[in-house]
Design a binder for this molecule. Sequence first.
Ligand code: IMP
Ligand code: MG
Length: 173
Amino acid sequence: MKISEVLISKEEIDAICERLGNQITKDYQGKEIVLICVLRGAIVFMADLMRKIKVPCEIDFMSVSSYTGTKSSGDVKIVKDLEDSIEGKHVIVVEDIIDSGLTLSHLLKLLKSRNPASLKICACFDKPDRRMADVHVDYIGKQIPDEFIVGYGLDYDGHYRNLPDICILTESD
Ligand code: IMP
Ligand code: MG
């Protein structure tokens, strides 16, 4: 496995966060929100996005597992649940990337059963060509082609999360 090229620069990512933060600020005027960071990949995006949001917000974290290597197992389990109740709250799930959408559709079902006042999704990146589950993503940073990417929180078997740009990982040496 090798890093072949920068697909999305940190400057472009910053502009994406600014745009999404402004949109969320506009849409939630007069409300308070809870941002749910889906660990671990979304931590970098969450940290940037929350500072662009100008309405009062709380944060919470959840960890689900579905991936080993580059392939989705289709099997999603809750590794770490939220600390607080989301009942009656305006919730936005913050995801790093939507690929098959299986993780998210499972997560949404679970969160809906906890009766939030509203539930939306904000994903930094989206690979629409790979979608298997029918999930509506309310806020999308950028649609990307079907490539395995790393950096900006995204990993390959635990590595590369600390790269500031989004890079393409290829199988060739
Ligand atoms: P899904 O269930 O197939 O939509 O997978 C979603 C999760 O898989 C994301 O939240 C990421 O953690 C991980 N993932 C999907 N595509 C990539 C990628 O290209 N690079 C790194 N992680 C990915
Ligand atoms: Mg993730």
